[in-house]
Ligand binder design. Structure first.
Ligand SMILES: *[C@@H]1O[C@H](CO)[C@@H](O)[C@H](O)[C@H]1NC(C)=O
Ligand SMILES: *[C@@H]1O[C@H](CO)[C@@H](O)[C@H](O)[C@H]1NC(C)=O
Ligand SMILES: [Zn+2]
Length: 346
């Protein structure tokens, strides 16, 4: 389709379907999209309308602040130094380092086996992931000598954990980063090449892109909140219609997403999503997302995991959320090995 009419169809479709869901997608409030056009008539889809933070001090209590998270990461690095390394992949707009915990029996070495990355807190107001990822790292450290699954992962999967991709958004208690850009709309997109404009790429997005190009990740998952479902590519559809758009590795992706949902306490029992999984575009199409970019440009099988219906639950619920997701996270990583073994004998 010609770009101009494609663009028109995109805007039109968005006008007809102003909002679907809140988690990966936009805002639940009905909004006038006409107000968001830039000088070329293109949707400023990366930018958010000014969100009024509704997160009270009470809700924040019990969650680690950014400096507490940084301390927890450094402390982890000291405590588990023989299976880990801590490094930074860049800085946020407000100069908060984007710390990564690497976990492996050979930290800092390039290995031939599969590598996995977890990214939390892409959206500032979805903080459960950053807390669960610190728990995941500590659990692996405490158990890799006594639990067979932990042992398998530390030995055979090279794991990289970025607890927060959006520390500024977290501090501001809102979805976007310090420039109020939705980082999960900021990546180059296969259907909307205008998202390729480099000059407006956010530093957090750039850090992820460089990281992915520098390292070879076999698979990954980013953690979100606002729904309970394991979402897989494609996230976008050519014509902005809500429809199942299968990527070339659809079967593998459905397998990975099912591993997560069926290992979870109750994700697979979803009434909204059959088996607790969904194709992104079938749920609602998004453009500029991290997941599709990883698959296309990083050769990395990335899932978008919505791990709690409530975006910002009370901190007292975190231990339970960790228990609900623990086996899912572990099995997802271990599935790379089973998959590999399967390929070897097939
Ligand atoms: C880590 O240290 C412990 C002793 O503190 C040792 O038993 C273990 O083998 C070490 N693990 C690795 C992967 O080197
Ligand atoms: C899963 O369990 C939680 C906590 O009990 C509950 O709030 C949620 O509605 C359940 N979801 C499904 C799909 O069963
Ligand atoms: Zn999100």
């Amino acid at each position: 389709m010609e770009l101009c009419s494609l663009r028109f169809a995109f805007v039109l479709a968005l006008l007809l379907y102003p909002c679907f869901a809140a988690a990966r997608g936009g805002d639940r409030r009905p909004i006038s999209l006409l107000g968001q056009m830039d000088d070329q008539g293109w949707m400023l889809s990366r930018h958010l309308l000014e969100d009024q933070p509704l997160i009270t001090d009470d809700m924040v209590s019990g969650y680690m602040s950014n400096s507490e998270l940084e301390m927890a990461i450094k402390e982890f690095g000291r405590r588990c130094s023989n299976i880990s390394r801590v490094y930074s992949i860049g800085k946020s707009v407000n100069s908060v380092p984007l710390w990564v915990i690497e976990i492996s029996d050979k930290p800092g070495k390039d290995e031939a086996g599969p590598s996995f990355k977890f990214i939390g807190n892409v959206h500032g107001d979805e903080p459960v992931g950053r807390e669960l990822l610190i728990r995941l790292a500590n659990w692996l450290c405490d158990n890799y000598m006594k639990d067979s699954l932990a042992m398998l992962i530390v030995k055979h999967v090279h794991l990289h954990i970025l607890p927060t991709m959006n520390p500024d958004g977290f501090a501001l208690r809102r979805r976007g980063n310090a420039n109020n850009v939705d980082l999960n709309r900021d990546f180059p997109d296969q259907f909307y090449p205008l998202n390729d404009r480099l000059e407006s790429r956010q530093p957090e997005t750039r850090a992820i892109m460089n990281w992915v190009k520098e390292r070879r990740f076999t698979a990954s998952a980013s953690l979100h909140g606002g729904a309970l479902v394991a979402n897989y590519p494609w996230d976008g559809s050519q014509d902005t219609r809500k429809e199942y758009v299968a990527c070339p590795d659809d079967k593998t992706f459905r397998y990975m997403a099912s591993v997560y949902s069926h290992s979870h306490y109750n994700m697979s029992l979803s009434k909204e999503f059959e088996g607790g999984i969904t194709n992104g575009a079938f749920w609602y199409p998004i453009y500029g997302g991290m997941q599709d970019w990883n698959y296309i440009h990083g050769g990395c099988f990335e899932l978008t995991l919505e791990i709690s219906d409530v975006k910002w639950p009370k901190s007292t619920e975190l231990p339970v959320l960790w228990e609900y997701n623990r086996l899912s996270m572990l099995n997802l990583m271990a599935s790379l090995l089973k998959h590999l073994l399967w390929q070897m004998i097939a």
